[in-house]
Structure formats: structure tokens, C-alpha cells
Design a protein around this ligand. Structure first.
Ligand code: AMP
Ligand code: MG
Length: 396
């Protein structure tokens, strides 16, 4: 059986960008990933301007008395140049007139009848913001792979960009399998359960930056599975299937995928939960067969599918891992690495990872509120409270 690290390496080796960058208007670009850098088209700020409400004056000593010769307001530059020996009223953000070298704030003058008297000395450059002081024209404000948030979009707008080249969103199809599944809100018949995985996996895929709009449920029947998976594969960059990848007589996913020319790359990972995880490719399409148990499905999404989506988007694929002390003992899992949902607490003596709820691949409440996945190496003995463990953030 592959280790988690080996399985991830195989997946990342197969992950490609699904296409050319697309130009996206700033208003639609939040959470998208930059495919090309944000390059400033103009200086920010575009011209030297005042940082204060005050007066443009020549540098010099206090107690000078100067006549107010004009006014520059934000959005209304003064056409005339500044003259030594006179003052020009100026608002924050207004262009400093040609020849102006310094601004004295309004709080540092006495004003009477068209004249000011300075109450402080003024040095060259005081309260003047130079052109390009924030970002120079031609400079790179954000690099490819950056996930666009409020600040990046603000910089893009300030630097004269109305749209940005973003990585195309991988198109993810989510298929859940199982005769027992019915939709949310429908009354349960005998032996039925409500499907939790379709909404969970689609939401996780969207949050990871994918376009996950196509969902389907298929029963445990070989022909139906083949047909449902064939349809799901059409136009998808990534197919995520839940359930039906174990060894039971009603598990048809692997056989159906083989029939559809999806080449198996691996089946089974030395991981608890998530042992039956299956991965294959058809051309550039990636296909994940995740176990149906909801915790296994989500953990495997986090460990295998999310990194693939990040790689396809040009983001850094594998999250940075941290170290913590385990808050409570965890039972042994011989021959399999364990992934356990935990909350992180930062205290004066260090970081503690508290496993959330009762462990069990069917107990989805064991991931409620979990911030990280703690990864424990395979061990024939329980891992004691206080043991040092690695963790990585759990996408939510
Ligand atoms: P399977 O991987 O198909 O053998 O399913 C393993 C367990 O997960 C069974 O108890 C299933 O009923 C359950 N299961 C499978 N798919 C889902 C789903 N979409 N939502 C909730 N539970 C599921
Ligand atoms: Mg099943």
C-alpha cells in the first residue's frame, strides 16, 4: 500500500492546469487565483500629493507670515505653480503644485484674513507623498498563484487594472454512489440514509477554487454506474466519486472506470480513515474514488483532492505543516498512518492539538469544528497525550 506522501506525489505529478488564463473583471475576481502577475500600469499614487489638510509652503523657520495665494483640492489641481513667499491651501490627496516642496498641516498655522503664520518649522518633503511611493509603474504587485482577496483587488484597481488574468477553475463533477442514499429533506424509507457527501464534497471543491456544479447520485448497479460515470466524465477536469470503491459485491466503481478507459494509478493508501482510496487518470482528467464513509471521504478530499485542485490552479499544492502536542491519547493503528480532526490551542507552553469528538469513519461530528488534520505515523501502540505530532490545516 502507498503512503500518503507517495499517493500525493503521484497525484501532483498528474495534475495540470485545465486551460489558458481567463481575463476576469475585478468585481468577479475575489477568491480566484492569479495566472499572471498584477503589474502596475501607473504609479500609485499617480502624482505627488498632500498627506494632510494644510498649506503648501517653502521649507523654513516658524513665525513666517505668508499670504494664501490659491487652493488645490482633491480632484482639482491648481494650474499655477507654487511661489516662494506665498502659501497655497491644500487638501489631503490634492496634487502638490509644481515647485511645491512641503506641506504644513492646518494645526501648525494661525490663519487670519487671507494670511497664515507658521507655528512650526517646515522641512523639505514634509507631508508630501511622492508619485509611485506606494507602487511604481511597471512593478509587480502580486505574483501568479496568489489567491485574490480584498487587498489584492484594491491594489489592482489602484494601479489601473480593470481585469486580471486568472487561472481557469477546474471543472469538478461529484458523483455519490449507493442504493441507500436519498436527498436532504426527503423522508427516510427503510434502510435509507440522507446523502451527506455530495453537498460536502461539492462545497469543499468550490472552496478549493473549483467549478463544482455537476452532481449526480447513482445506485449500486454495474450498468447504471458505468453510464453515470461516463456522463460525469464528459466535460469534467476532475471526477470525484464517493463510495463503491471497496471490495464488496456491490462496489462497481473501479470496474466501471476501467471500462471507461480511466487508467488506475493506485488503489488503497496506508491511511486511517481512507484505505480504499482510488486514483486514476484519463488523459488529463483526474479521477478520485473516495470511500463512502463521510469522514473518510472528507479526509481524503483534504489530503488528495484539494492539493490536486490547488496544483491545477497554480497555487502551492501542499499546505505547510506545524508541530503540536497531542491533547489526548489516540488509539493504535498498526500499518496505517492516521489522520485525525483536531482543534488547535496556542498556550504559554506551546501548541496543543485536541482531537475533536469520538473518532470513527462514520462519525462526521468528529470533524465538526476541526481546524487541522493531525497526522500520526502507523503504530502498534496508542499515541500518548503530550506526544509531539504534525498537523496541517483542514480546508473547511
Ligand atoms: P461504501 O464506500 O459505498 O462501501 O460506503 C461506506 C459507508 O458509507 C456506508 O455505510 C454507506 O452507507 C456510507 N455512505 C456512502 N455514501 C454516502 C453518502 N453519500 N453520504 C453518507 N453516507 C454514505
Ligand atoms: Mg456503497
Amino acid at each position: 500500500m502507498l503512503s500518503v506522501a507517495e499517493a500525493r506525489a503521484q497525484i501532483l505529478a498528474a495534475a495540470r492546469s485545465p486551460g489558458d488564463p481567463e481575463m476576469v473583471a475585478l468585481a468577479d475576481a475575489a477568491t480566484r487565483t492569479l495566472a499572471e502577475p498584477i503589474v502596475a500600469r501607473a504609479d500609485i499614487p499617480p502624482f505627488a500629493n498632500s498627506a494632510m489638510d494644510g498649506f503648501v509652503v517653502a521649507p523654513g523657520p516658524a513665525e513666517r507670515r505668508l499670504r494664501i495665494a490659491g487652493e488645490a483640492r482633491a480632484g482639482h489641481p491648481l494650474a499655477a505653480p507654487a511661489h516662494l513667499g506665498e502659501a497655497i491651501r491644500i487638501s489631503t490627496g490634492a496634487p502638490v503644485p509644481a515647485g511645491g516642496e512641503a506641506v504644513v498641516p492646518i494645526e501648525r498655522v494661525r490663519e487670519d484674513d487671507g494670511w497664515i503664520t507658521l507655528t512650526a518649522t517646515v522641512a523639505a518633503g514634509d507631508h508630501v507623498r511622492g508619485a509611485g511611493e506606494d507602487v511604481c509603474a511597471g512593478a509587480t504587485a502580486a505574483a501568479p498563484g496568489t489567491v485574490l482577496g480584498a487587498v489584492e483587488l484594491g491594489i489592482a484597481a489602484a494601479s489601473g487594472n480593470a481585469q486580471l488574468a486568472c487561472a481557469p477553475r477546474p471543472r469538478v463533477a461529484v458523483v455519490v454512489t449507493g442504493d441507500e442514499l436519498i436527498g436532504a429533506g426527503e423522508p427516510l424509507g427503510p434502510g435509507q440514509i440522507h446523502d451527506s457527501n455530495a453537498i460536502m464534497l461539492a462545497t469543499a471543491a468550490r472552496r478549493a477554487g473549483a467549478d463544482a456544479s455537476r452532481l449526480a447520485t447513482i445506485g449500486d448497479d454495474r450498468k447504471a454506474t458505468e453510464q453515470g460515470l461516463a456522463e460525469a466524465l464528459e466535460g469534467a477536469d476532475v471526477l470525484v466519486v464517493s463510495g463503491g470503491v471497496s471490495v464488496g459485491p456491490h462496489d462497481h466503481v473501479k470496474g466501471a472506470l476501467a471500462q471507461l478507459d480511466v487508467e488506475e494509478r493506485f488503489w488503497r493508501v496506508a491511511l486511517k480513515p481512507g484505505k480504499p482510496t482510488w486514483f486514476g487518470t484519463r488523459g488529463a482528467q483526474l479521477v478520485f474514488g473516495l470511500p463512502g464513509n463521510p469522514v473518510s471521504a472528507y479526509v481524503c478530499f483534504a489530503l488528495f483532492v484539494a492539493p490536486a485542485l490547488r496544483a491545477m490552479l497554480g497555487r502551492s499544492a501542499l499546505p505547510q505543516r506545524g508541530l503540536a502536542r497531542l491533547g489526548a491519547a489516540v488509539a493504535a493503528a498498526p500499518a496505517r498512518e492516521q489522520a485525525i480532526g483536531a482543534r488547535i490551542e496556542h498556550g504559554p507552553t506551546g501548541t496543543t492539538a485536541w482531537p475533536v469528538g469520538q473518532q470513527g469513519s462514520h462519525r462526521l461530528s468528529s470533524l465538526l469544528g476541526a481546524e487541522v488534520l493531525v497526522s500520526l505515523p502507523a503504530s502498534a501502540r496508542e499515541t500518548a497525550a503530550g506526544a509531539e505530532v504534525e498537523f496541517e490545516p483542514l480546508p473547511r
